[in-house]
Design a protein around this ligand. Sequence first.
Ligand code: ATP
Ligand code: BTN
Length: 256
Amino acid sequence: MESDLRKSLAGLPLGGICYLESTGSTNDAALAWAAKGAPDFSLVVADQQTSGRGRMGRKWFTSPGAALALSVILRPSEQERENIGLFSGLGALALVDALKNYGISAQIKWPNDVLVARKKTAGILVETAWMGADVESLVLGMGVNVFPAAIPPEAELNFPATWIQSEVRNPVERFDLLRSLMVALIKWRPRLGMGYFLREWQEALAFRGEIVQVWLGETETVIGVLDGLEADGSLRLVVNGAQRLIRYGEIHLRPL
Ligand code: ATP
Ligand code: BTN
């Protein structure tokens, strides 16, 4: 398996590659490697995660042989440090781009999920390690459901889920998809925060022009038309004719 992975990624400008058959969370493995000096754009991939996580300690399921679970260690430049809030968009946009190679048109459920046919097929979790006031390293964690076994039991889902292979006839090779994803990340990273980046991200937003409900924390909710994105990656809703900006945070978004 590891040699297939390395073959698939051959020639790409990655800092290093670490393959784990099974691990708690690739984000934890990546944060530990980053603390020991992993070079920029090092990649951790696991076949299985036993305690994969989403935001706010929610669980992310990765069963063996069925998904991609990966974390990319990035050492942000000074300019990238100003745009930490855009990295989740970077991961989402790269996956949307990679899926175009498979003829799949995917959407981004702001802020951190990728949908296919309005169902969740991937989740993104960005975590940072700080050195004083600066982000010293950033871990871009992505979980992608490729085969049906990747889908957790219904009771564990808070949003409908799907997998990539359900959309294409030819067998999907996980590591080919991983290569396409890395190529797309390498392509989009230098464009982080540029007009073209924001336009493409906005174009890919799920539920654009639709009425959505956004939960801000436990109790407060906003209902409005999903309008687009601001330059800092905030979501713009139109509520009773007025613009309302939603910043990345502990939010849930649903179509109504
Ligand atoms: P929401 O989906 O409500 O917007 P969220 O995006 O805030 O929630 P996350 O933290 O992003 O939630 O994702 C974690 C949730 O994703 C879990 O609580 C679970 O419901 C769901 N989940 C876990 N593993 C998978 C998987 N492999 N595929 C699809 N969904 C999953
Ligand atoms: C979410 O939807 O909240 C984000 C899920 C992120 C899952 C990926 S899988 C690889 C990496 N390791 C983790 O523990 N989480 C991320």
